[in-house]
Design a binder for this molecule. Structure first.
Ligand code: HEC
Length: 147
């Protein structure tokens, strides 16, 4: 019996570790307040010298942040920011920014194309468009919610 309990504990610790290995979007969102002054709230920057990082590929984001941390990629600003972050923080941030991409859903019944930015709160940004003309296929922006 004792042996079984021991195994169970190992099994649950192992499963906790697997969940931690993947980035947590919510944690990343909380951490991203340190990034928004340059990269914008959702990773879309309105300043020319700061790259957009929303919707960027997950592994690319992780790799760049790790490179700033190790000094393989040099940029004094980013090196200073990434310095105190743990690998878990980096994965969480990457998961958050990666998830900030539009997921389009189209309803042929209403002709409405809904663009939801999943990582971002739907309250933060949501666009709705409808088909304006079939030939050529054009869309009209009906609503854009932002803060
Ligand atoms: C003070 C401004 C500033 C802040 C704050 C900032 N960054 Fe950056 N970031 C930059 C600049 C400038 C670059 C371009 C650096 C370069 O040329 O390598 C950059 C580059 C990056 C890149 C590489 C983009 C690419 O296309 O290769 C990533 C990823 C990134 N930042 C993520 C973050 C994250 C995550 C945070 C918050 C933890 C953050 N940054 C905070 C200014 C900032």
């Amino acid at each position: 019996m004792k042996k079984h309990i021991g195994l169970l504990v190992i099994a649950s610790v192992a499963s906790i570790n697997t969940t931690q290995a993947e980035g947590d979007i919510e944690m990343g969102r909380a951490l991203s307040s340190q990034c928004s002054s340059c990269h914008g709230d959702a990773g879309i920057s309105n300043v020319d010298i700061y790259p957009n990082i929303a919707g960027q590929k997950l592994n690319y984001l992780i790799e760049q942040l790790e490179k700033y941390k190790s000094g393989d990629r040099k940029n004094p600003t980013m090196e200073a920011i990434v310095g105190p972050l743990t690998s878990q923080d980096i994965e969480d941030l990457a998961a958050y920014f990666y998830s900030n991409k539009p997921i389009p859903t189209y309803s042929p019944l209403t002709g409405i194309l809904d663009l939801q930015f999943v990582g971002v709160d739907t309250q933060l940004f949501k666009a709705q468009m409808s088909v304006f003309s079939g030939d050529p296929f054009t869309l009209k922006l009906d609503s854009l919610e932002g803060r």
